[in-house]
Design a protein around this ligand. Structure first.
Ligand SMILES: Cc1cc2nc3c(=O)[nH]c(=O)nc-3n(C[C@H](O)[C@H](O)[C@H](O)COP(=O)(O)OP(=O)(O)OC[C@H]3O[C@@H](n4cnc5c(N)ncnc54)[C@H](O)[C@@H]3O)c2cc1C
Length: 347
């Protein structure tokens, strides 16, 4: 008998898990207290990557997860909207850039150092291309709300039921055999209703969306002090991935970032801010994903992570295997809840 599964959270992670479960023919109901993708997912930069700054095992998970997006795009189709556009990176000191490119290339990542002429040819809109950059040709982006909707539609086509505007105060009050907690930054609070403590340090992240404009930018660009891409005709800009506190005046920060874009990008002079978003990154305390069954609570499966866009396709398939087949995916061992999720016994 396949278990009946309740998934709580219709962000990209919950939507992917629901899709992967439903396509395996199990009964799935997905709940969200708001609309789909309305929290971190909507406010995400949504860059799919396995770039610098991660230990090798986590790099390998992210690298595999990038390939999972290709598989998902084949299954779900164009509505998923993955754009394999590549990334240009020069927000590192020269020696760090070199170490990053060398080490990650040795790990199998499609990255190499390129010089100014090649940078200019790849990204003709740059006013002053840097002397050197790392070029990660296989990186991608998605429009995160569209991708979540595509996954929900695909899940529904396999029989999943999607209940939006439906708060879940206590997961196990839902009639199911397995409860997947994919509640993003609210995961700690939801875990607490089960007597579980999930340590998190959610941090704010600001993005600026320009008004629509002609094509100005082809790649994801990581320059010192800003990252940017063009999505849905708009330039989307973020501060960096440091996750510092939200600026008191988000609009002023939005104008500052767009002014920075104008220094980098030809044809951007007349650009105006269309909107500024401040999202909350669902960051577990040690910065790593939390994936797996909760300690001491049979049937409760946790799925909370930053970089949830990059990881969603893999997290969905792996969670479905663990829930439906009883598999234990070895690659997920470093990310098990047991490392710091405590069961206080109230659940
Ligand atoms: C500024 C910014 C930039 C980012 N950039 C990137 C990036 O470039 N690449 C990348 O991979 N990641 C990035 N991230 C992180 C990524 O966006 C998140 O990891 C991902 O969106 C998390 O998805 P989720 O589905 O887990 O959470 P969410 O999208 O937050 O969804 C959780 C859902 O659970 C629902 N919920 C919570 N509690 C309940 C309840 N009790 N009952 C019912 N529903 C409930 C909420 O309403 C919400 O819709 C970024 C995040 C931010 C903020």
């Amino acid at each position: 008998m396949k278990p009946r599964v309740a998934v709580i959270g219709a962000g990209i992670v919950g939507a992917s898990i629901a899709y992967h479960l439903a396509r395996r023919g199990t009964s799935v109901t997905l709940y969200d207290r708001g609309r789909e993708a309305g929290q971190a997912t909507e406010k995400s930069f949504a860059w799919i990557n396995a770039t610098w700054g991660n230990p090798e095992p986590y790099f390998r998970l992210r690298f595999l997860a990038m390939g999972e997006w290709r598989r998902l795009a084949d299954e779900v189709g164009d509505a998923l909207g993955v754009l394999w556009r590549g990334c240009l990176i020069w927000d590192l000191a020269d020696h760090e850039l070199e170490t990053f490119a060398r080490r990650h290339a040795a790990w199998g990542y499609d990255v190499r150092l390129i010089e100014r002429a090649e940078i200019a040819a790849l990204e003709p809109g740059l006013i002053a291309p840097p002397e050197r950059a790392a070029y990660a040709a296989g990186d991608a982006t998605v429009e995160p709300v569209a991708a979540t909707r595509a996954l929900l539609a695909a899940a529904a086509s396999h029989g999943a039921e999607v209940r939006l505007e439906t708060e879940v105060p206590e997961p196990r009050a839902l009639d199911a055999d397995v409860w997947v907690l994919a509640a993003g930054a609210a995961s700690s609070a939801l875990c607490a209703t089960l007597g579980l403590s999930l340590p998190m340090r959610p941090t704010p992240g600001l993005l600026v969306h320009s008004q629509p404009t002609a094509p100005l930018l082809r790649h994801v660009v990581q320059a010192p002090g800003l990252h940017m891409k063009q999505e849905n005709h708009r330039i989307v800009v973020g501060q960096d991935f440091g996750g510092g506190p939200a600026p008191d005046d988000a609009d002023a920060e939005g104008r500052r970032l767009l002014a920075l874009v104008k220094e980098h990008l030809r044809g951007a002079d007349a650009l105006e801010v269309d909107g500024v978003t401040v999202g909350t990154r669902p960051m577990p305390e040690d910065g790593m994903p939390v994936l797996g069954f909760a300690p001491g609570l049979p049937g409760v499966y946790l799925a909370t992570m930053h970089s949830g866009i990059t990881l969603a396709a893999a997290a969905g398939r792996f969670a479905a295997m663990e829930i439906l087949d009883g598999a234990r995916v070895e690659m997920l061992e470093p990310y098990r809840p047991e490392r710091f999720v405590r069961n206080g016994g109230a659940g």
